[in-house]
Design a protein around this ligand. Structure first.
Ligand SMILES: Nc1nc2c(ncn2[C@@H]2O[C@H](COP(=O)(O)OP(=O)(O)OP(=O)(O)O)[C@@H](O)[C@H]2O)c(=O)[nH]1
Ligand SMILES: [Mg+2]
Length: 339
C-alpha cells in the first residue's frame, strides 16, 4: 500500500508548572522559597527517513500528541522535560499548513528534520522570586502551552531520472534490470500503481536514482487512467526518460505513443514538458521489424527537438550501459567522469 498525501494534527506538550514551596528543615525557621521549575513540554519532530517509502502509516495515526512537562518540585527540584515525538516520513515530503495552504518545510534531503511544533517552556518556581523586599514570594508561574497545528503532508519522490510512458512500455522491467528494486512486471496495463525508486550503481562510485511511475494514457491530464496525480513525482527529477515500445507486436504505433504522452505532458505542466528528456525505443533488437519503427520514432522525436532515440532491450540488456552513461551526463552536465 502507498499513500502520497496525509492530513495530520500535531500538538506539542505543555510546560510543567513552576512550584511554590518553602524550605523546611528541623531547627530552621522561615526557610526561603525553594519551588523548582516545570519541565519543557515535548516537541513534535518530522524527520525524513530512507526506511520509509509511503505516508500510509503516518496518515493512519492521524493525531500526534507530545506529553506535558512535569511540574517543579520542592527543594529546588526541576520537573522532568517530556520526550519528543518523532514522526518519520519519506525523504521528499513537503509540509503544508492545512488551514492556510502555505508550504512550511520541504524535507527534500535524506536525514533532514524539523521541529514542527514546539513544546511549551516550563514555568518558573518561586525560588527565583525572592528579593530584598519580597522575602516570602508565593508566585510561581504555570507552564506555557505547547503549539498545535493541522498539517497536510505531500510526498514528491526524490529521484534524478523519472521514467514515464504508456502502460506496458517496459518501464518497470528496465528498473528491475538496472537497480535492485523489484517492481511488479506483467503484460497487462497499469501493473505499476505506485511510484518506485531504485538506485543504479555506475563505475567510479557514481550513482543514479530512478523513479518508476504508473503508466499514463491519453486523457491523463483530464484524470483518465491513473490520471496525472502521479506526475507530481516527476517534479524533482532533473531528467525524464520516456519509454516507447517499438516491438512490432506493440498495440500502439511508436510515433503516436510518443506524441500522446508529449501532449499530455504539455497539458499538465509546461515546466515538465520542457525538462531535459531522453526517449528510448524499448523491446528493440529482438525482432527485425523494430528497426523500421525505431527509425520513424527517431525522426518524430528529433523533429520535436529532442536528442536521438536510444534503442534498448531490457530483456537482452542491449543498449542499457550506453543509456545509463548518457543519463548520468544529462543529470550531471559538465561533470567529469571519475576513472
Ligand atoms: N520482449 C521484451 N519484453 C519486454 C521488455 N521490457 C518489458 N517487456 C515486457 O513488457 C510487459 C510490460 O512490462 P512492464 O515493465 O510491466 O511495463 P510498464 O511500462 O512498467 O507497465 P505499467 O506499469 O503497466 O505502466 C511485460 O510483459 C514485460 O515482460 C523488453 O525489453 N523486451
Ligand atoms: Mg510498471
Amino acid at each position: 500500500m502507498f499513500r502520497d498525501e496525509a492530513l495530520i494534527e500535531v500538538a506539542a506538550g505543555k510546560g510543567g508548572d513552576g512550584m511554590s514551596s518553602f524550605h523546611r528543615e528541623k531547627y530552621v525557621q522561615k526557610g526561603g522559597p525553594d519551588g523548582g521549575d516545570g519541565g519543557r513540554g515535548g516537541d513534535v519532530i518530522l524527520a525524513a527517513s530512507e526506511s520509509v517509502h509511503s505516508l500510509l502509516r503516518v496518515a493512519r495515526a492521524h493525531r500526534y500528541l507530545a506529553k506535558d512537562g512535569r511540574p517543579g518540585g520542592t527543594n529546588q527540584r526541576s520537573g522532568r522535560s517530556a520526550e519528543h515525538v518523532r514522526i518519520e516520513v519519506p525523504p521528499g515530503t513537503q509540509v503544508f499548513d492545512a488551514e492556510h495552504g502555505n508550504l512550511l518545510f520541504d524535507l527534500d534531503e535524506r536525514d533532514s528534520q524539523v521541529v514542527i511544533v514546539k513544546g511549551g517552556k516550563g514555568g518558573l518556581g518561586n525560588q527565583h522570586f525572592a528579593t530584598s523586599t519580597i522575602q516570602v514570594p508565593t508566585t510561581a508561574y504555570p507552564g506555557k502551552p505547547g503549539e498545535k497545528r493541522h498539517l497536510r503532508l505531500e510526498l514528491k519522490v526524490i529521484a534524478e531520472v523519472g521514467l514515464l510512458g504508456l502502460p506496458n512500455a517496459g518501464k518497470s522491467t528496465f528498473l528491475s534490470t538496472v537497480t535492485a528494486a523489484q517492481p511488479k512486471i506483467a503484460s497487462y496495463p497499469f501493473t505499476t500503481l505506485v511510484p518506485q525508486v531504485g538506485m543504479v550503481d555506475l563505475s567510479g562510485y557514481r550513482s543514479l536514482l530512478l523513479a518508476d511511475l504508473p503508466g499514463l494514457v491519453k486523457g491523463a491530464s483530464d484524470g483518465l487512467g491513473l490520471g496525472h496525480t502521479f506526475l507530481k513525482h516527476l517534479e524533482r527529477c532533473s531528467v525524464l526518460l520516456q519509454f516507447v515500445d517499438v516491438h512490432p507486436e506493440a498495440v500502439d504505433d511508436p510515433v503516436e505513443a510518443f506524441e500522446v504522452l508529449d501532449r499530455e505532458l504539455q497539458l499538465v505542466s509546461s515546466d515538465l514538458h520542457s525538462r531535459p528528456r531522453l526517449v528510448v525505443g524499448t523491446k528493440h533488437f529482438e525482432d527485425e521489424g523494430s528497426s523500421e519503427r525505431l527509425k520513424c520514432l527517431d525522426e518524430a522525436v528529433q523533429a520535436a527537438g529532442h536528442q536521438p532515440v536510444v534503442g534498448l532491450s531490457s530483456v537482452l540488456g542491449t543498449g542499457v550501459p550506453g543509456l545509463l552513461e548518457q543519463l548520468w551526463k544529462l543529470v550531471h552536465p559538465g561533470d567529469i567522469i571519475p576513472s
